[in-house]
Write a protein that binds this ligand. Structure first.
Ligand code: PEP
Length: 252
């Protein structure tokens, strides 16, 4: 047994309204209790964090953000500082989601800076890494994953992974309905853990590595059963409360 408590995280992206998210939170919180094996996390859009944070105060659900600035404060119009998220009791912050990397040009160094900023403010980063379809087809998946991971190890140090979560999200599987096969996912998860173990075995064994990319109510169980998969980062399916709850209850 690894001793890693599985984590199932909802990434609601730029969807919903205050009303629809409130309803989602109500139903999810009714289905999650102290007995739930997985730790359950919601990452709403920034503007709903305060309100939804209040709604889950007395529940077992954790609160996170989808992104953050790498800077503490200043003239950065439209950005949100890590301390502001901490003010609203965020526990986790997603950094380096592929949509941030591809649509907003965040490079490995910027993602690493965000990772460091999140930890410096007492929260846990969920570091997203993953290859594009063309990178998988060119057989460079491990090279890409190693590069994305090493950028963070170089800046933050290996010990920082004691207070971090990694999400392996093959970009070709995000929002496409195409899920990585359990073999494909496990292979990369194992590679990630071995890459960390080169620096520190204990840290590598302790870090939770989530799978993300078209996880659904009917495929979560077979993914979560695998040795190096410690839960999931869920996009589309987390917008349907019943589906998300089924996924939450699919952990080993
Ligand atoms: C995501 O955006 O992190 C994600 C995994 O999305 P989906 O579940 O919709 O593929």
């Amino acid at each position: 047994m690894s001793g890693r408590r599985p984590l199932v995280a909802a990434n609601w992206k730029m969807n919903g309204s205050l009303e629809s998210m409130g309803g989602l939170v109500d139903t999810i919180s009714q289905g999650v209790s102290k007995e739930t094996k997985a730790e359950v996390l919601i990452c709403p859009p920034y503007v709903y964090i305060q309100e939804l944070g209040r709604a889950i105060e007395k529940t077992e659900i954790q609160l996170g953000a989808q992104n953050v600035s790498h800077m503490d404060s200043g003239a950065f119009t439209g950005e949100v500082a890590p301390a502001m998220l901490k003010d609203f009791a965020c526990d986790y912050v997603i950094v380096g989601h592929s949509e941030r990397r591809t649509l907003y040009g965040e490079n490995d160094l910027r993602v690493a800076e965000k990772f460091v900023a999140v930890q410096a403010n007492g929260m846990i980063p969920i570091l997203c890494i993953g290859e594009l379809l063309e990178e998988r087809e060119a057989n460079t998946t491990e090279e890409v994953i190693a590069r994305q991971l090493d950028a963070v190890i170089d800046l933050a140090g290996i010990q920082a992974f004691k207070q971090a979560v990694i999400a392996y999200e093959p970009v070709w599987a995000i929002g496409t309905g195409v899920t990585a096969t359990p073999e494909q996912a496990q292979e990369v998860h194992e590679f990630i853990r071995l890459r960390l173990a080169r620096h520190d075995h204990e840290t590598a064994e302790g870090v939770r590595i989530l799978y993300g990319g078209s996880v659904k109510a009917d495929n979560a169980k077979q993914l979560f059963e695998l040795a190096d998969i410690d839960g999931g980062l869920i996009g589309g399916a987390s917008l349907v409360a019943e589906d998300f709850l089924t996924i939450c209850h699919s952990v080993r």
